[in-house]
Design a protein around this ligand. Structure first.
Ligand code: KG4
Ligand code: ZN
Length: 339
């Protein structure tokens, strides 16, 4: 089965072709221009998706050496994300579905990230723990199969990616801040300063990162109100990164240990972080767990992960994927008060 998948939930326009659980192509066009605004501007993001989508879909087919007539089904991200951006991708996919009479699978973006480790490494066995860390989400999942998973814990406030981006902004670094902090921290001292590791010993799998942001703000106001000297910037970045990484590693490893599992997958944009990968890898090594972190193009927002899970749905669900009445849903998964 060959699936053409489209992802446009935030500031990446992506198209991919998946065949028998493998990506034949996975093209990603990133909207770097948001950097000058210090964050993603939703209206501009939708317009840029509109400009890019047609060409990227054609190129993804070409790269896979296929035409639309070879495609058996379509997949598109329908939630969560920026509503205008989601609409561009889903309307484009609906148009293709109507024109070529192809089934169309609406896919939840988080499910895409959740199973991207299985696309990366076909030897992964269920059950496993999956940490999804992105700009909008920080969630630990207990994953039992392709259609059964439970949320063990999630952030009460900011996502880890937001913590990276917001602290980077306070340090005067451009958006998106995560990769900037990662780069700056490479040769710096992660123990130079101590920032809070909120909820690290809370005994559950939930997170809170908004206190870290506040503590960085007070720290800068107290010690560097006239600006941060270049030589200290890297040490601050490394110390902030360490605080975020320590909590993510501790809670994820605890989940694997407590459930008696053997595999940990980390995915989503923040999983590109080199310190997170190396600390996760060594913690998994100590416990003799299998550790999977997808390659960069499968960590960031991409259509291959959307096509991959769509294929599983097509093969297992009895749903009518010719029903195009589905709508997009921008709502992200957050901890509700009664959880
Ligand atoms: O999954 P993603 O591409 O988009 C969402 O679904 O949100 O994640 C984007 C997030 C941003 O917050 C970005 O700063 C962060 O991933 N990120 C990183 C790194 N690369 C991207 N954070 C830390 N270190 C990185 N190397
Ligand atoms: Zn994402």
């Amino acid at each position: 089965m060959k699936i053409l998948a489209i992802e446009s939930s935030c500031d990446e326009t992506s198209a991919a072709v998946i065949a028998d659980s493998k990506a034949l192509s996975n093209l990603i066009s990133s909207q770097y221009f948001h950097s000058k605004f210090g964050g993603v501007v939703p209206e501009l993001a939708s317009r840029a998706h509109l400009e890019a989508i047609s060409e990227i879909v054609e190129d993804a087919l070409k790269l896979a050496n296929l035409t639309i007539n070879d495609i058996d089904a379509l997949a598109v991200t329908s939630a969560p994300g920026l509503v205008g951006s989601l609409i561009v991708g889903s309307n484009f996919a609906k148009g293709l579905s109507l024109k070529y009479n192809l089934p169309l699978v609406p896919v939840n973006h988080i499910e895409g990230h959740l199973y991207s480790g299985c696309l990366q490494d076909s030897s992964v066995k269920f059950p496993f723990i999956s940490l999804v860390v992105s700009g909008g989400h920080t969630i630990i999942f207990d994953v039992k199969s392709y259609n059964e998973y439970l949320i063990l814990g999630l952030t009460k406030d900011d996502a880890a990616g937001e913590a990276f981006d917001k602290t980077a902004k306070m340090l005067g670094l451009p958006y998106p801040g995560g990769p900037q902090i990662d780069k700056l921290a490479k040769n710096a001292n992660p123990s130079a300063y101590t920032f809070p590791r909120s909820m690290i010993n809370s005994g559950d799998y939930n997170f809170s990162f908004s206190g870290l942001k506040t503590s960085v703000r007070y720290f800068i106001a107290k010690y560097f109100s006239d600006g941060i000297p270049e030589v200290m910037l890297a040490n601050i970045a490394a110390s902030v990164q360490e605080a975020i990484v320590d909590v993510l590693v501790k809670k994820s490893i605890d989940a694997v240990v407590n459930l008696g599992y053997k595999t940990l997958i980390v995915s989503g944009g923040v999983s590109a972080n080199s310190r997170l990968r190396s600390k996760m890898r060594s913690a998994c090594g100590e416990h003799k767990f299998k550790f999977v972190a997808p390659e960069l193009s499968l960590c960031m927002d991409n259509a291959a992960m959307i096509g991959f899970i769509a294929e599983k749905k097509l093969l297992s669900d009895n749903q009518n994927f010719h029903d195009l009445t589905f709508t997009v849903n921008p709502t992200s998964i957050r901890l509700r008060k009664n959880q």
